[in-house]
Write a protein that binds this ligand. Structure first.
Ligand code: PLP
Length: 398
């Protein structure tokens, strides 16, 4: 049985002895949290600007989530997908209404959502198997999703993967044009690349992708797993682009911290998916779906998406000003509360120093500080972070 007050050394030793080595753990032991604050095993308080990699959008111990979880605790914790359960349909109805798409399929994670999207696209494009994705994209770790992930290091140990995948440089319209043809089943795009270093795709590129898919019959899939559900200041990232995809995949914040992924399909997919084509034991778990409804209540009725838009715009100006006055900052990118600060040096030592100063941040590629804070983060915390970052850059952490 796990011991909540177990020493951090014992936790680390057990992980080192018994867990597979899939993660390069940081020496950080979050044990509690409130709002956008995390508390470690020694009681030290941190501002969280990573949110469990874009999962904890409502921060920690949000009253709406706690209430929903308490209400569910005495209900069925699992219902087979062979039977009806109310929460799944209610969440599907809300997502469909809010997105303007037609239907939802629920799974447990981002990679599963993309896996399902690859299969659904095949149903829409019989006889085709080509996939087009972007360099530096990230779509997940399962065999299909990693096949379309534009990072050779993640793919190469596992070759051969899905054949027929073409990678194109982000925002290179000509290259996209050359890649998409009558053999293409689907084009997968993150409207803002996350792992790839917070790289927004240009409106022209997204429009070209839509036009090419319309012309060739390929399915346009937007992976909004990291950038979606309010993070850009719009409920769906595509809503800011003027381009409507055929399929949207989502996960991370959807289940309020519990595993929940979704594939939203537009009219292009209507009637194609039949019983037996796809499925999952756990996907759309009733507790996760109830939390999903609570997340949407807070984002929409609670006005949290509007708050992201407002805070995000303010923060965007702050980081643009930082770039202007600090030559260690090479570029700043993103929207809302998905932001990348590209440095003239490796990001990992800066990240480590920031953690010591009480700020949890992420990195992307080698030189980008990646920020995905809970939507409830106060501006004062973001200002304090910028001050700490500037100090750290001055110290020459590298
Ligand atoms: C854009 C994007 N797609 C897919 C995934 C995979 O999601 P998961 O880790 O839930 O499988 C991620 C995870 O970081 C992601 O950022």
């Amino acid at each position: 049985m796990s011991q909540p007050d177990e020493s951090t050394q014992a936790v680390e030793a057990r992980a080192a002895s018994y867990l597979l080595g899939t993660y390069a753990w940081t020496k950080f032991h979050p044990r509690d949290g409130r709002g956008a604050k995390l508390v470690d095993a020694d009681g030290k308080v941190y501002w969280d600007l990573l949110a469990g990699i874009a999962v904890n959008a409502l921060g920690y111990r949000h009253p709406r989530l706690v209430k929903a979880l308490r209400a569910e605790a005495t209900d069925l914790l699992h219902v087979s997908n062979l039977f009806y359960q109310a929460a799944q349909g209610e969440l599907a109805e809300r997502l469909v209404t809010l997105s303007g798409l037609s239907r939802a399929f629920f799974c447990n994670s981002g990679t599963e959502a993309n896996e399902a999207a690859i299969k659904f696209a095949r149903l829409a494009t019989p006889g085709r198997s080509g996939l087009v994705a972007l360099e530096n994209s990230f779509h997940g770790r399962t065999a299909g999703a990693v096949s379309i992930t534009g990072n050779a290091a993640y793919r190469e140990p596992f070759l051969p993967l899905l054949p027929g995948v073409t990678f194109v440089a982000p925002n290179d319209v000509e290259a996209l044009r050359a890649a998409v043809d009558g053999t293409t089943s689907a084009v997968f795009l993150e409207p803002i690349q996350g792992e790839g270093g917070i790289v927004p795709l240009s409106p022209e590129f997204l429009r070209a992708a839509r036009d090419l898919c319309d012309a060739t019959g390929a399915v346009l899939v937007f992976d909004e797993i990291q950038c979606g559900l309010g993070r850009t200041g719009h409920l769906f990232a595509f809503q800011a682009t003027g381009v409507v995809p055929d399929v949207v995949t989502m996960a991370k914040p959807l289940g309020g911290g519990l595993p929940l992924g979704a594939v939203l399909t537009g009219p292009r997919m209507d009637g194609l998916v039949k019983p037996g084509h796809h499925g999952t034991t756990f996907g759309g778990n009733p507790v996760a779906c109830r939390l999903g409804l609570a997340v949407l209540d807070e984002l929409v009725e609670g006005g949290l998406v509007a708050k992201v838009a407002e805070t995000g715009e303010w923060f965007g100006k702050k980081i643009a000003a930082l770039k202007k006055r600090n030559k260690a900052v090479v570029d700043v990118r993103g929207a809302g509360l998905i932001r990348g600060i590209e440095l003239d040096r490796e990001a990992a030592p800066v990240q480590k120093r920031l953690l010591e100063k009480g700020f949890v941040v992420g990195t992307a590629r080698k030189t980008v500080i990646r920020l995905l804070p809970p939507y409830v983060i106060p501006k004062a915390a973001l200002s304090a972070f910028l001050t700490a970052l500037e100090e750290t850059l001055k110290e020459g952490a590298a």
